[in-house]
Design a protein around this ligand. Structure first.
Ligand SMILES: CC(C)(COP(=O)(O)OP(=O)(O)OC[C@H]1O[C@@H](n2cnc3c(N)ncnc32)[C@H](O)[C@@H]1OP(=O)(O)O)[C@@H](O)C(=O)NCCC(=O)NCCS
Length: 174
């Protein structure tokens, strides 16, 4: 099993088609993922993949986002597109990808990572807690919304505690 880190520009050929295939299988109900995941979310700061032979069996995208928490402008990390191929699940692979993403963000002195979980329990052992603050964000229907997003989670990557104030994600779409 090989871990590959790349950017959008480095994703081509077999690797690119392998990622899209994995994401389509993992998120069958998401119309955006079914077309082109990255066209929808914008370019991640880093894409972390697991490959076995020629098969892409794991994927995570980490984003750097300029947001406001309360009145403070802040750069935070955002993790998305976490997917592991069905026959490789339950072996700690998604946890390992999240750890790699955290290493990338910590190296850049980014104090927080957030994500929007389908199943929050998956991320608890990686340090994520459910947000109790509201999020102001651009939804996939291109409407700005403000509410406590179900499954929204944060992880503290440094000594700094999560501010627990309204987060203005400013866009693009999440
Ligand atoms: C969710 C998913 C990424 C988990 O990948 P995985 O490699 O099997 O997860 P891991 O083996 O690294 O497990 C990490 C933790 O999540 C838990 N977990 C894994 N799958 C879970 C599930 N479906 N429900 C609840 N907890 C789960 C594990 O027990 C483990 O807990 P621990 O660290 O406290 O021991 C994978 O099932 C998947 O790709 N699902 C389809 C796409 C998806 O839902 N992605 C997540 C979007 S938020």
């Amino acid at each position: 099993m090989e871990i590959i880190e790349t950017r959008r520009a480095g994703l081509s050929g077999d690797l690119a088609s392998g990622v899209q295939e994995l994401l389509r299988e993992a998120f069958p109900d998401s119309s955006s993922v079914q077309s082109d995941y990255y066209a929808f979310t914008g370019a991640p700061a880093i894409i972390i993949m697991l490959r076995e032979g020629r098969d892409v069996v794991g994927h995570l995208a980490a984003y750097r986002r300029e947001v406001e928490i309360g009145c403070e402008p802040l750069e935070i990390g955002m993790v998305g597109g976490v997917a592991i191929a069905p026959n490789h699940r339950g072996r700690g692979h998604s946890r390992a990808l999240v750890q790699r993403a955290h290493a990338y963000l910590k190296k850049r002195s980014i104090a927080f990572s957030i994500l929007f979980a389908h199943e929050p329990r998956v991320y608890a052992s990686s340090g994520y807690k459910l947000m109790r603050n509201e999020t102001h964000f651009l939804d996939s229907d291109r409407d700005w919304k403000t509410f406590i997003y179900r499954g929204s989670m944060y992880a503290e990557l440094s000594q700094r505690p999560w501010p627990n104030q309204i987060v203005n994600l400013r866009g693009p779409i999440v």
